[in-house]
Write a protein that binds this ligand. Structure first.
Ligand SMILES: [Zn+2]
Ligand SMILES: [Zn+2]
Length: 303
């Protein structure tokens, strides 16, 4: 049996985008509403302003949650300092970072160790390592503001962000997803501003993209984004369910190449070059041990 999800997030304290969603879904009912975090902009606006933002966001979110047969489930984002400020959201159910919560007969978790075939994972960060190996029912995330559907994973792009220099606002969109036992899921992108769909002929295996940040495929525009996720995913593939915590460059490169049915031209050599200088990428998921092996970086952005 399929379940109908409304998935949204990353509005960063803005209520206008939430009102647009509310007006858009007037007569509709969903099984669940999922919010992937960044309810506020505590990180930039400060914790005190974020408390006020949360106050303003809450009633609109409650109106949206009223369209859920079961409930709204949500997580904090990095811009919310992951909830580390003096307020709480009084609507919906927070998805726990330890174990699962059951809502309307469906189990949800924010805990990677609690993922099981019938569990829906909700994280703010992308968790690159799970891109090619995910054993849950569905995974919803956000953070990058770059939407993507790949297998059971949907990154819901963004609802609203404000450009730091100009103060100009960008409005994006949200998604309606029918989660079924077997992907592909039926996914509908809905704009509250501008969100474009991209199907890259070179990088289509990495998913369908929805964003407004570049004029084209994210990976064509910013190859390091691809390299990071391939590095994390290949490392995880080599070490998951093993005792290993270190791998050699050659192993990582051949594993990453094998993750493709048809790798883009030059991928193997470009990836090998990235791995060779991985310590120079501040967002890299991996770094090097003293003896030159690869391991998970202590401060990996989104491993
Ligand atoms: Zn965000
Ligand atoms: Zn591309």
């Amino acid at each position: 049996m399929g379940q109908r999800y409304l998935v949204l997030g990353d509005h960063h304290g803005d209520t206008e985008s939430l009102r647009r969603v509310r007006d858009d879904i007037e007569d509709e009912t969903f099984d669940f509403v999922v919010h992937v975090g960044d309810l506020t902009d505590a990180m930039r606006a400060g914790r005190e302003t974020a408390v006020r933002q949360l106050d303003e966001v809450e009633p609109v979110l409650a109106e949206i949650a009223a369209h859920a047969r079961h409930d709204l489930v949500w997580v904090w984002g990095n811009r919310d300092h992951f909830g580390d400020f003096d307020a709480d959201l009084g609507v919906g159910t927070e998805v726990p970072s330890n174990g699962c919560v059951t809502v309307g007969g469906q189990r949800f978790t924010n805990d990677l160790d609690a993922v099981a075939s019938d569990v829906v994972l909700v994280t703010h960060m992308e968790t690159w390592r799970l891109l090619d190996q995910f054993e849950g029912r569905a995974h919803f995330c956000g953070n990058t503001h770059l939407g993507r559907l790949k297998g059971r994973r949907l990154n819901s792009a963004f609802l609203q962000y404000t450009h730091r220099e100009t103060g100009e606002q960008s409005f994006g969109g949200y998604f309606v997803v029918d989660v079924t036992d077997e992907p592909p899921f039926d996914v509908e992108m809905r704009e509250v501003g501008t969100l474009d769909r991209f199907d890259c002929p070179d990088h289509g295996e990495r998913g369908v993209q929805y964003h407004s940040a570049f004029d084209d495929c994210v990976y064509c525009a910013e190859p390091d984004i691809l390299m990071r996720e391939m590095a994390a995913s290949a490392f995880y593939g080599l070490t998951n369910d093993t005792e290993r915590e270190r791998v050699r460059d050659e192993e990582l490169v051949s594993y990453a190449v094998e993750l493709w049915d048809d790798p883009p031209t030059g991928f193997g050599s470009a990836f090998a070059a990235y791995v060779d200088s991985v310590t120079e990428d501040r967002y890299a998921p991996l770094d090097r041990t003293d003896d030159g092996l690869l391991r998970v970086a202590e401060k990996s952005y989104a491993y």
